[in-house]
Design a protein around this ligand. Structure first.
Ligand SMILES: Cc1ncc(COP(=O)(O)O)c(C=O)c1O
Length: 463
């Protein structure tokens, strides 16, 4: 056995790889990561164009965040959640400076899944006897029974087969303008995707909440039309349902402002987040509610908690990460580079026929890969997930060979680099991505169809 094979066996034999059949799992061994790069055991450098799982927003090895964690580890790495402690006080103090107005009561866990799990339990208690939650088909809300039940993507199908799902999930059509579920065009559509939620709530009955990713993450980086979120807020208010914003991926300056909901001046009743909360230096999940929801639990039991709720070591990264975000945003670099990234992605779209749609906002983009730009025929469908190697996997594998890490979903590539990336590093990524995309270009049906620019138009309010 070669040294590389030995290492691979040591890395995989006794552990489960996530979300996959175990056979054929050959993870790349990463020994170090710094800034926007990671390094394998032969010191080959890879540009991180997806911030790992859209979480390493400050890049790798940020000294300020690491120092804060080390300090807490030396002082008091753990204390049970029933005690008050400085790490919680400090985290709450800084979180209050970035939260949308009125969201000021926090529950701390250790993942986005748990953040949503807590939100679901709280809202179902608060809204009882109403218990249904409307989410959308293009969504991911977590891996455990609650989160996966309200997830629209194919990961739920497997949980359903394992009977690991809760009752009460309803799925609304997506604000997916590139493939409008109603076959309409914006703005003539009068945002039917939002109006239909009103119809659903009234027809379903017992609806407690609408749960959405304000800008869809894993499932396609869909930026809704400008009226969509404000209309959903109104529909929820008119029907007495809560609006829950899952900002696990879209939060923490990924789309520009600290929260994606801020693009549309919408304030949810509950906001969940994780990932960028500590820029992935420690695992934190955060569930935040309004005072109105919080008041209910003054007399009612808030029947939820974990051994690692309010974990001091995990929480210690929050004030440092927030300080680093504020410092970084004040330099203007993320804003400037996000515009550059947008321009370069549209240029890429112009050059590569396999890109059906380049859409996104800030440092949060998807390239939807198609076989035929005119008919929008896909290489791979939702039903293909977990069944075969997708065209997007092949592109990502080629990119990796070229020294670029870009995450892939069954129909899209995830372009979500750390917020510290520079224009030069964007250029480096684009050059490598362009070469990798040639794999798909060779298999497209040539149609001379120009690219769709829906996201750009929505962002500018032009379409
Ligand atoms: C929008 C959204 N919600 C929830 C989750 C679950 O978070 P975690 O993987 O930290 O449990 C994710 C993870 O990607 C996510 O993108």
């Amino acid at each position: 056995m070669s040294k590389a094979e030995e290492r691979l066996e040591a890395s995989t034999k006794h552990v489960y790889g996530t979300w996959r059949a175990q056979k054929g799992w050959k993870p790349l061994f990463i020994k170090d990561a710094e800034g926007v790069y990671m390094y394998d055991e032969n010191d080959k450098r890879y540009l991180d164009f997806s911030s790992q799982l859209a979480c390493s927003n400050l890049g790798h090895k940020n000294k300020v965040v690491i120092e804060a964690i080390v300090k807490q580890a030396e002082k008091m790495p753990y204390i049970a959640p029933g005690f008050a402690q400085e790490a919680t006080e400090n985290a709450v103090e800084v979180l209050l400076t970035v939260m949308p107005a009125g969201l000021d009561k926090f529950f701390f866990s250790t993942s986005g899944t748990e953040a949503n799990e807590a939100a679901l339990k709280l809202l179902r208690q608060y809204m009882a006897p109403n218990y249904k939650v409307i989410s959308r088909y293009h969504s991911y809300h977590g891996a455990t029974a609650a989160g996966i039940s309200f997830t629209g993507d194919p990961r739920r199908w497997y949980a359903e087969r394992a009977r690991c799902v809760l009752e009460g999930a309803c799925f609304a059509p997506d604000a997916y303008c590139y493939r409008c579920p109603f076959g309409l065009d914006y703005p003539a559509c009068n945002i039917q995707c939002a109006e239909y939620v009103d119809y659903m709530i009234k027809e379903e009955g017992n609806v407690a909440a609408v749960l959405i990713e304000p800008v869809v993450g894993t499932n396609g980086k869909m930026v809704p039309p400008p009226e969509y979120l404000p209309r959903l807020r109104k529909i929820c208010d008119e029907n007495g349902a809560l609006l829950v914003a899952d900002e696990v991926m879209s939060g923490w300056y990924r789309t520009g402002p600290s929260w994606a909901v801020q693009h549309w001046n919408v304030i949810p009743d509950i906001l969940t987040t994780a990932k960028g909360c500590t820029a992935a230096y420690t695992p934190v999940g955060l569930t935040v509610t309004t005072g109105k929801v919080a008041d209910y639990f003054e007399e009612e039991t808030m029947c939820h908690g974990h051994t690692y709720s309010f974990h001091p070591l995990a929480l210690s990264a929050i004030p440092a990460a927030v300080a680093e975000y504020k410092k970084l945003m004040a330099t203007g670099l993320p804003h400037r580079v996000s515009k550059y990234l947008e321009k370069r992605l549209y240029e890429l779209e112009d050059r590569h026929e396999c890109i059906g749609d380049a859409r996104g906002i800030g440092h949060f983009w998807a390239l939807e890969i198609v076989k035929n730009r005119k008919t929008k025929e896909r290489f791979d469908t939702k039903a293909d997930k977990f069944r075969k190697v997708h065209m997007t996997d092949r592109i990502a594998a080629e990119a990796l060979k070229l020294g670029l890490y870009v995450a892939s979903w069954y129909d899209t590539l995830v372009i979500a680099p750390p917020l510290i990336i520079t224009e030069e590093q964007v250029d480096e990524g684009m050059e490598k991505l362009g070469k990798a995309l040639e794999i798909a270009d060779q298999e497209v049906v040539h149609t001379d169809t120009p690219p769709v620019r829906s996201a750009e138009a929505f962002n500018k309010g032009e379409k």
